[in-house]
Ligand binder design. Structure first.
Ligand code: SF4
Length: 387
């Protein structure tokens, strides 16, 4: 079930697979998920490593596995707790898929991951790459695990003019890996490709001089390693502008939970308004959404300031909300860029009655939480600058 405890003797094998394995046994990375491997730990580590770099995963993997040591504990966990442990890793759909997958494993496979790729593919969130990785790494099945690293290496080795994201590319590389994968060390072979892709055959500036396969690599021999695989023409990344409001009533903070589907689903956020609003526009929004503020201004100055005045930049009187700029920030998703501007707002009323009304206004916009509760919430890492 586990990968080879001792390196196979690949040193005398002069095929590309043999050379690659021989290099791997000398240079393999020491990583916690390779030390005490189980099918479950392989699944968790592979889910974390999709879209996230190894140094980041090293901080999350032990904590996650300690708290959720098996599918049953993950299946029973409250979503908020799982998302909190995932906070900062990004791509939260992976965490939700792990929960759905864990429930499926408990309901259909008696709480144990199956060994066959076809059965692994039934589990929500497990796609062909992960099924191949789990089957080969944890069960020694000769199943290819074709990801971007693998496609890049094979396209370069064979000078294949293929575009990675195209379905036909996946099929072509899958069949080539299937032909190469050694029956007696399939997991090691897949891991060797992962390590070669991370350490040597990198997307930019591959270290061909030290690559164990440089004698066999068509792209290297042509001097065109960075021309393979072919690059798809990049579309401009769409940009969204947001204004993030961190609103305090006393020492409590106004938060909202995002919808259960879509971008950053189920995570907490601060008040998020479309567009990059100016200070005056934020004042206007506050007066519209916190009617108690307007009555407070009226009480003090005799008449509430008109929203149109504030947008023209007329100052509110001293009872106006305390708005402090938090600066600009940017977050880049895989398909989208957020350009944000933030403000910290303190709603402090002159009297208890108005303060109560402000809290009632705030409650219509979200939840008001204490600083301790705030710290415990799973927040979108896109908002890190304003957290
Ligand atoms: S020789 Fe260079 S391009 Fe070819 S597989 Fe090795 S690192 Fe990649």
């Amino acid at each position: 079930m586990a990968v080879s405890a001792f390196p196979m003797d690949a040193s005398s094998d002069s095929t590309p697979s043999g050379i690659l394995l021989s290099w791997f046994y000398d240079h393999r990375r020491t990583l916690p998920w390779r030390e005490e491997r189980t099918p479950y730990s392989t699944w968790i580590s592979e889910a974390m490593l999709q879209q996230t770099r190894v140094p980041t995963v090293l901080n999350y993997y032990p904590r996650f596995l300690h708290r959720f040591p098996d599918p049953a504990s993950l299946a029973e966990a409250p979503e908020d707790e799982v998302l909190k442990l995932w906070e900062g890793l990004g791509y939260y759909s992976r965490a939700r898929n792990l929960m759905r997958g864990a429930k499926y494993i408990c309901e259909h496979f008696h709480g144990e991951l199956p060994s066959e790729p076809d059965l692994l593919l039934e589990i929500p969130g497990i796609g062909p790459y992960m099924a191949g990785a789990i089957a080969s790494l944890a069960f020694d099945k000769p199943a290819p695990a074709v990801d971007g690293n693998c496609i890049r290496i094979y396209c370069r080795l064979h000078a294949l003019p293929l575009i990675p994201a195209e379905g036909s590319t996946y099929k072509e590389i899958y069949s080539r890996v299937l032909a190469d994968i050694p029956e007696d060390a399939p997991g090691d072979f897949n891991e060797a490709l992962m390590d070669l892709g991370s350490l040597i055959c990198t997307p930019k500036s591959p270290k061909c001089e030290t690559c164990p396969l440089n004698d066999q690599c068509s792209a290297f021999l042509l001097g065109k390693q960075e021309d393979f695989p072919l690059k798809k023409e990049k579309k401009a990344t769409p940009i969204e502008e947001h204004t993030i409001l961190k609103i305090f009533t006393g020492d409590k903070i106004l938060v909202r939970k995002r919808p259960s589907t879509g971008l950053l689903a189920g995570l907490y956020e601060l008040i998020d308004l479309p567009g990059n609003l100016t200070h005056a526009e934020v004042q206007t929004w506050l007066l519209e959404n916190f009617p108690a503020l307007a009555s407070q201004c009226e009480l003090k100055s005799g008449s509430a300031p008109a929203a149109s005045d504030t947008t023209k930049g007329f100052p509110l009187d001293e009872s106006a909300p305390d708005i402090r700029p938090l600066g600009k920030s940017r977050h880049v998703f895989s398909h989208l860029r957020w350009e944000m501007i933030g403000y910290e707002i303190h709603l402090n009323a002159a009297d208890k009655n108005t303060q109560k009304k402000l809290i009632a206004n705030a409650s219509e916009l979200g939840e008001i939480v204490s600083p301790k509760e705030y710290q415990a919430l799973a927040f979108a890492s896109a908002l890190r600058a304003y957290r």
